[in-house]
Every structure is written in structure tokens, then in C-alpha cells.
Design a protein around this ligand. Sequence first.
Ligand SMILES: C[S@@+](CC[C@H](N)C(=O)[O-])C[C@H]1O[C@@H](n2cnc3c(N)ncnc32)[C@H](O)[C@@H]1O
Length: 148
Amino acid sequence: MGREDLVPTAGRALDLACGRGTVAVWLARRGLDVDAVDVSPVGLAAGRAQAPDVHWIEADLDDGLPVAGPYDVVVCQRFRDPALYPALIGVLAPGGLLVISVLSGAGDAGGPFRAPPGELLEAFGGALDVRHHAEGHGEESLVAVRRP
Ligand SMILES: C[S@@+](CC[C@H](N)C(=O)[O-])C[C@H]1O[C@@H](n2cnc3c(N)ncnc32)[C@H](O)[C@@H]1O
């Protein structure tokens, strides 16, 4: 994820669109109590095989978040749904960490699945304290903390 020094070793974490759960498993091994959400039962099963203690939740994020905060860490990598952005802020605990990345038109051709350049900074830069932001080569990533 980069900036691992910012990630706590206790508390609650949420990994959205977790895929096969690589990040969720990493967070659980770091000491966090992890909820991991994906629409794919195949991905969730792969994650469960590695870490049965993670709460693997099969849900369609098109229907909104299936969980309630507060979370000390929220991760959403390589899945884009701008409609969820306000909810991501809403489930962060004060001092909580957001780690998010999307495919972007920055430095690459645009298209229906790519964010317009600067989308994450615009969505989160006002409400959160941005600790890292990068975009280019078709990606945008942001690490930010909710102010206490
Ligand atoms: C590119 S993968 C990223 C997986 C993981 N976050 C990572 O970085 O390795 C996108 C994930 O989003 C999930 N996904 C796509 N649409 C979804 C939806 N509507 N609700 C929940 N998960 C969804 C897919 O099943 C897939 O696991």
C-alpha cells in the first residue's frame, strides 16, 4: 500500500472490493479486525482460505456499503464508484486512514472506467488531511486521514 507507517496495528479495518483479499489478509496479520467486501464469491473464498478470521462479506457495492463504521482504516483499491465517496468519509473514525486508488485518465487515454484527472483529490482533499497523492500513468492514488 505504501506509507505503511501510517497504518495502525489495532482497531477496525474495511477493505472494499477486496478481490482475493491480499490487502485484507495483510491488515489482519498486522493486528486489525477486518471486514472485507466483494461481489465475487470466488475472490472471497480465496481470501477466506488464507485468513478465516477476516469477516468476508459478499455484497454488491452498487447497493451501497453493507457495513457500518467507524473504521480506523478504509482501503478501496482499483475499484471506482464515485457514488460511494461520501460514505467512505462517513465510515472513517476520527483519525482514521483512507487508502484509495483508481484507474485514471491522467497520463493515459480516458474512457468510461477511468476517473477524470484529479477525481480523488477533489472528492477527499477538502474533508480529509491528505498525506500522499499521486497521479499519472493511468492511475490516481490517495492516502488521507480524517481529522480528529
Ligand atoms: C481490479 S479488482 C481489485 C481487487 C483488489 N482491491 C486489489 O487491489 O487487488 C476489482 C474488484 O472489484 C470487485 N467488484 C467489481 N464490481 C463490484 C461491485 N459492484 N461490488 C463489489 N465488488 C465489486 C471485483 O469482484 C474485483 O474483485
